[in-house]
Design a protein around this ligand. Structure first.
Ligand SMILES: Cc1cc2nc3c(=O)[nH]c(=O)nc-3n(C[C@H](O)[C@H](O)[C@H](O)COP(=O)(O)OP(=O)(O)OC[C@H]3O[C@@H](n4cnc5c(N)ncnc54)[C@H](O)[C@@H]3O)c2cc1C
Length: 290
């Protein structure tokens, strides 16, 4: 199918974007990499009157380390491939370097953007789960100025975020890796490049061989990325040995039962996803310890 007719505008300043959003409201859609939006337009799942192409806004580009080295800033228009190739990302937020080969295919990674993925908030996408695991802050701006929203407060429901009307994602700030921090990422998908059935982003400290500040952020489990907080609590203070990982998998299976059970989809039941989540837990923690 072809997209319905729409007006196309490519502003050169962020203030022009805000003016257009104020003018057209819900009739407008932002276009970044277009790797999700163009499909929804072509399938007529979305029929905006105006498409606002934000790729001409240079202020939304770039990856930069803060002057004191404590924070990496990733602009909304940074593509998945730029993240993949970035030495700054590899050095300071290596979890993203581990996760990026799982994001779609090369052609999509060349166009799709960090900000588009964060704003779209697909619960099976890699970047929202990584943002949660890394305790990232999402920077959003509207006519009224900038707001800083913790990733934990940003992803509210299925494809629903804390972005208010007229606001856009401008960047994320991610705490730079500390020397005792370790990361791991893995996911299970039917074919490489497909959206994951289940995935897991892990960040933890290893202090004298024991885990601390463990953060387990799952994708493909719920309507948003999901932290497994009870399992995290169990793991903190433990050495990541086989017996501990087996016990952690049991705790996770209990945690992901009842109300917190994964949402099944057309091809995978909640029970399958729960099982895959325990498999990923053991794999990623073994990798993290190694
Ligand atoms: C075949 C295929 C496979 C894919 N597989 C994966 C995968 O495995 N993992 C994965 O994570 N993604 C996957 N994707 C999606 C891809 O990563 C997209 O690039 C991403 O979800 C959206 O980024 P975009 O820049 O293309 O956004 P666009 O398509 O341009 O926009 C997506 C939505 O976000 C809004 N938006 C964009 N930028 C902003 C902003 N700065 N502020 C506010 N709103 C904004 C748009 O208005 C739109 O509603 C896949 C896509 C395809 C076509």
């Amino acid at each position: 199918m072809k997209a319905p007719a729409f007006e196309y505008i490519k502003p050169r300043t962020i203030d022009h974007v805000f003016a257009l959003l104020a003018e057209y409201g819900d009739e407008a859609r932002l276009l970044a990499g277009g790797q999700t939006l163009m499909a929804t337009l072509n399938m007529r799942l979305s029929e905006p009157a105006v498409v606002i192409d934000i790729t001409g806004i240079d202020a939304l580009r770039g990856i930069a380390l803060s002057a004191d080295g404590s924070m990496l800033r990733i602009g909304a228009l940074v593509t998945h491939s730029e993240i993949e190739a970035s030495a700054l990302v590899a050095a300071h937020t290596p979890l993203l370097t581990m996760a990026v080969p799982h994001v779609a295919h090369r052609a999509i990674r060349n166009l799709g953007t960090w900000g588009g993925s964060i704003a779209y908030a697909d619960p099976a996408a890699e970047w929202p789960a990584c943002a949660l695991a890394l305790d990232a802050v999402v920077l959003v701006r509207g006519k009224g100025g900038e707001r800083r929203i913790a990733a934990a407060d940003f992803f509210l429901d299925l494809y629903t975020t804390a972005l208010a009307e007229g606001e856009i994602v401008t960047a994320c700030e991610i705490p730079a890796r500390q020397s005792n921090q370790r990361f791991a990422f893995d996911e299970l998908a039917r074919r490489h490049g497909d959206y994951a059935i289940v995935g897991l982003a892990v960040a933890a400290r290893l202090i004298e061989g024991r885990l601390a500040d463990t953060r387990l952020a799952y994708l493909g489990i719920g309507t948003t990325p999901v932290r497994a907080r009870k399992t995290e609590q169990f793991l903190d203070g433990q050495a990541p040995q086989v017996t501990v990982l087996l016990k952690a998998a049991q705790i996770l299976a209990t945690e992901f039962s009842g109300e917190a059970a994964p949402l099944g989809d057309l091809t995978n039941s909640a029970a399958t996803k729960r099982h895959l989540a325990t498999v990923l837990l053991q794999r990623t923690l073994a990798n993290l310890a190694a």
